[in-house]
Design a binder for this molecule. Sequence first.
Ligand SMILES: Cc1cc2nc3c(=O)[nH]c(=O)nc-3n(C[C@H](O)[C@H](O)[C@H](O)COP(=O)(O)OP(=O)(O)OC[C@H]3O[C@@H](n4cnc5c(N)ncnc54)[C@H](O)[C@@H]3O)c2cc1C
Length: 490
Amino acid sequence: MAARTGEEYLKGLQGQEREVWLRGERVKDVTRHPGLANGARAVAALYDMQHERTLRDEMTYVSPSTGDRVGLSFIIPRTREDLERRRVMMLHWARHSCGMMGRSPDFMNVTFAAWAGAAPYFAQSRPAFGENIERYYEYIREHDLTLTHALINLQRSRSGSGLNLEEGTALSVVRETDAGIVVRGARILATLGPLADEIAVYSPRVSQMARGHNPFALNFAIPCGTPGLKFVCRESFDLGGSHFDHPLGSRFEEMDCVVFFDDVLVPWERVFLLGDVDLINETGARTHSMAHSAHQGAAKNIAKCEFVLGVALLVAETLGNAHLAHSEERLAELMQHTELMKACTRAAEADAQLDEWGVMCPALLPIEMTRNLFMTAYPRMVEILQLLGSSSFMITPTEADFSGPLAPQLEQYLATDTTGARDRVKLFRLAWDIAGTSFGSRQVLYERFFAGDPLTRARVVSAIYPKDDVTERVRAFLRDDGEGLRTDRG
Ligand SMILES: Cc1cc2nc3c(=O)[nH]c(=O)nc-3n(C[C@H](O)[C@H](O)[C@H](O)COP(=O)(O)OP(=O)(O)OC[C@H]3O[C@@H](n4cnc5c(N)ncnc54)[C@H](O)[C@@H]3O)c2cc1C
């Protein structure tokens, strides 16, 4: 097998029956359901990019085991150049969706590449787990599979430890058999769930398990069609409109799901860690998969910043307010976020180092900053768009209006000095899909929370920050009796 085409991806979804529920109905074919089909098409388009003549070399690399060309986000980076190549590839994908599909397949590909590169970490628990992770990684790479993941247990209350391990709700092992482990419970939030081939289940590093949590400490992956697995979708934010009316929602709906596991059998060869709370807690940090998934997120952030900035510039140009001082200030803020994302990503690549597994790892601090910064930067970017656009977001008749009886008046009254009416409305419908629709609001929520809640994320940064460097400088200043610092007044 080699890098898949879009058609092969869609056939793969059709070929694997899965239990997906949307608005009270079981979805027969996720590639044809009106709430999901355009999202599937968007992912298919990403796969097709791997075969575009001009992009092929930037999107794929030669598989070390088969010699076929496989997706570049699967590469286990060994050099800084590998990291840069991977970022270029991920940026092509992210730009294709304007940064609006955070869970394009590269998100999980880089995670499994990091884990396969650090296979001895898993072997510490049981030698078979090390072999399993390597074999599985090779399997998804060679078959170019799409993965979703669900890391969080459903919470009945926010007053506990934050681990949410309530009996009967949290996903746990109910028994072990010769064939594998049987798991029961619920997990959130499988973005892209109905449109994925496989689901990965593990724990985020930010939820630290403790002794006694062994039945909940899991890391495995199984096909989305595994019996007992149920995906419960939220409402679709693809509202069935045209690309004119809902330019983003009609293209990039990646869907989020709650996942129920009703006594699901996970074959032993798909188990990567089991019951070892210390290894589970440390997986992201010790294998550096957290740095690699942040690298994927950084590419998405860059694409998203560029896109929102581009829309904001056109909004200001269309309304003729670009020259006003407060518009310039706001646009400059968007430019700042864009350049900061690029700078952190570049710094993380430039300062990358080989880790203990021989994998080239992006520098942790700058790459983590791209995550934490974006949690507040993106909502602010959306706010800026709203401030720039004001009532024009509401002067947005639909495409149908432009073919109706009022079309001549719309053309007359809605034009601006720089832009015809139809182009103005088309642009503002796009801006509204970023700044106001259910699709746009979900993007804001996604950026606030997808990597964990802000408090926990802040604590992660605090934990990895080299504090001694700065405190020692201050201590040295305090130790100084002032001789070296004497001023004229001294
Ligand atoms: C659009 C979207 C897509 C996502 N996609 C995925 C995915 O694909 N895979 C996946 O595994 N996860 C996904 N997530 C889930 C994400 O990991 C969680 O949202 C995140 O970890 C926060 O958990 P929570 O939503 O349960 O927040 P909560 O724990 O409910 O937190 C809500 C708020 O309450 C605060 N809070 C909670 N408990 C306490 C406490 N004890 N003390 C003080 N404050 C508290 C939090 O800081 C936060 O501000 C997604 C989330 C979103 C919004």
